[in-house]
Ligand binder design. Sequence first.
Ligand SMILES: [Zn+2]
Length: 287
Amino acid sequence: MTEQLYLVDDARRRFEATVERTLDDRVVLDRTAFYPTGGGQPHDTGVLTVAPADDRDTDGDIPDTAADGSDGTDAGRRWRVVDVAKSDTIYHTLEPVADDGAAAEGDAALPAPGTAVVGEVDRDRRHAHARYHTAQHLLSALLLTEFDATTTGNQLYADHAHLDAAYDRFDADDLARIESGLNDLVDDARPVTSYTMDRAAAEATLDTDRTRIDLLPESITELRIVEVGGADAEEPYDRTACAGTHVSNTAEIGEVVVTGRETKGSDEERVNFVLADHATDGDATID
Ligand SMILES: [Zn+2]
């Protein structure tokens, strides 16, 4: 399995790696900061560039000579990372880019195994996902705490999101209360931190209404725990297992606008929300 840099450093956008395998239009790297689609969060996009020859001489992370015997003459060749998917490992789908930034025609050859590359994650898209994802943690925790409603699903995008919860029906007052509760947590500027925990310890510690550990494959022996700070610093407001990407403080989310609700089935409600900078005229804050 590719080393997942985004699990240990959410803020990392640039990284060095070595190509391990190529398959048609996809590559596998030894390590990556590109988040793959999963957990309701879309994949990152960005650029993969063959590392400059200079780096190969000075940086111990990068081999002097690629395994295919190339001497670095490919240095600077670039590809757009257009999809990132995780199965047995993490696959990056690439599209070649010409020097002028346009999509290159004809030359579709991917970097050969052993090639040293530099990856750069598109910042705006990742940051939007991290803000929505962190807002989703706040919403899940708030619905559980104040409505005894457990989260049953969620999906976020770069400009809107929704969350499904086991609940009969949210009325207009409920939605206003949810929105103001979310914005109180944002205004509180609560820290968001993560660490890894042994699965057995996590099973003994985590609230099963917040994390369905029983749904995780047996092969997962270590869990990444994400905490949102509590009002008194003693006990976190929320603690759950999550492999997504988050901002480091709830203030970074900014104002949240709850745009409405939908019925998703018997006793299941969907709450739609946007961040204020993505709100349109029709998304007026509920008063
Ligand atoms: Zn998360």
